[in-house]
Design a protein around this ligand. Structure first.
Ligand code: S3P
Length: 427
């Protein structure tokens, strides 16, 4: 690709990945059927559908419209084969929690090379403490993971990392357990599970960062039909593209504005981006809005602390914004980047360096020197969807030609990304 002269357009970003996964899994455990519209039909969420089907759940899908026929809390069937979670950490971790409390069930969960290299002790240790019977390679730290459904007790657990996947795995185990689960510590990861549990009639609350969940005595959750809001992690590519391109105006419609997901927008604002937020409304139990971004004069910033879990998936593309800004940017407290689909400290720093930016990786983030004139080159997605899209955004302002190897990785979270890019780029 080469840099287009102008960027113009209105983009309806695909459904949110985290909410799409949860809408399938949680409705599978409900008593009754639910319809999910604007479902993200990306490879990750399709892995969740195929795993739930393998557990005996009937799921009909026509494009972005899905109907889930819940089997209730006790209705899942033991899978006949390994559950393939593909590239999806959310599928693997949430399903492991869910299956841990399914007495009598035996299941093995695995996935692609990237997923099998990611740490799982973060779910395995606390699930074991609640009574789960689990194992895996490296004493349970790497998939394949095996689960033997067991009686889950309630208890108290202090979350050491702000991970919504860990929080959700524990809540899903507790759902078929016998006593209340109290979570404190880093409960500040995205809160879609808590919102959806509550909308399905379950007893969950958050008091000053302490989450208390009391499992239902014998009832299953109520089915929840919803329209999935647009994914802010997908919209962020267009926000950065518009902010760094000299002649741009892009509008993303129906984007989820949940405060646990809106950190990237706040950082771009702090960097001086020209952003308009309109039509704020509610969809699927989440706040949504239309967001327009125009060409901007960005300045460097510091991204760290409590902001990190609110924008962790957007850091690769924010690093491109930082490279194009005036002044320096520091990303810190983001060691979690190293546990994503790739080690995103290394992969992002290497790619930006190849593009001609000055970037210094650190243990928990990176330092970036702004003001770079990016030069097109050949970049690798390393099969990481967010890297493929990050390099596409860089290619919108880089001189010469940018080539992205493994560009098809976008299908994991954003099918149609390249078609949208072609539509909004005017040469
Ligand atoms: C997700 C939580 C985050 C995020 C991932 C999706 C979820 O991971 O990076 O893309 O749906 O719960 P962590 O829980 O590891 O922070």
């Amino acid at each position: 690709m080469t840099a287009p002269r102008r960027l113009r357009g209105v983009i309806e970003v695909p459904g949110d990945k985290s909410i799409s996964h949860r809408a399938i899994m949680f409705n599978a455990l409900a008593e009754g059927s639910a319809t999910i519209s604007h479902f993200l039909a990306g490879a990750d969420c399709l892995s969740t559908i195929s795993c739930m089907r393998a557990l005996g759940v009937e799921i009909e899908r026509a494009g972005e419209q899905v109907r889930v026929h819940g089997v209730g809390l006790r209705g899942l069937r033991e899978p006949a084969d390994l559950l393939d979670c593909g590239n999806s950490g959310t599928t693997l971790r949430l399903l492991t929690g869910l299956l841990a409390g399914q007495a009598g069930m035996f299941a093995v969960l695995s996935g692609d090379t990237s997923l099998r290299s990611r740490p799982q002790q973060r779910i395995v240790a606390p699930l074991r403490a609640l009574g789960a019977v689990l194992d895996g390679r490296q004493n349970g730290d790497r998939a394949p993971l095996m689960v033997r459904g067991a009686a889950i007790r309630g208890g108290r657990y202090e979350l050491p990392v702000a991970s919504a996947q860990v929080k959700s795995a524990l809540l899903l185990a507790a759902l078929s357990g016998s006593g209340p689960l109290v979570l404190n510590g880093r409960t500040d990861g995205r809160d879609h599970t808590e919102r959806m549990f509550s909308a399905m009639g379950l007893d969950i609350g958050n008091q000053a960062g302490t989450i208390t969940f009391t499992p239902p005595e014998s009832r299953s959750p109520q089915p929840l039909s919803l329209r999935v809001p647009g994914d802010p992690s997908s919209a962020a590519f267009w926000w950065v593209a518009a902010a760094i391109h000299p002649d741009a105006e892009l509008t993303t419609t129906g984007v989820c504005m949940n405060p646990s997901r809106s950190g990237a927008l706040e950082v771009l604002r702090a960097m001086g981006a020209n952003i308009t937020i309109e039509h704020e409304r509610n969809e699927g139990g989440e706040p949504v809005a239309d967001i327009s971004v125009r060409s901007s004069n960005l300045r460097g910033t510091t991204i760290g602390g409590a902001l990190i879990p609110r924008l962790i998936d957007e850091i690769p593309v924010l690093a491109v914004a930082a490279a194009c800004a005036h002044g320096d940017t520091l990303v810190r407290d983001a060691a979690e980047l190293r546990a994503k689909e790739t080690d995103r400290v290394e992969t992002v720093a290497n790619g930006l360096d190849a593009l001609g930016a000055t970037v210094e990786p650190t243990g928990d983030g990176m330092g970036l020197t702004g003001g770079a004139s990016l030069r097109g080159t050949t970049l690798d997605s390393h099969h990481d969807h967010r890297l493929a899209m990050t390099w596409a955004v860089a290619g919108l302002v880089a001189s010469g030609e940018t080539r992205i190897e493994g560009a098809e990785a976008v299908d994991v979270s954003y099918p149609g990304f390249w078609e949208t890019l072609n539509r909004i780029a005017e040469s």
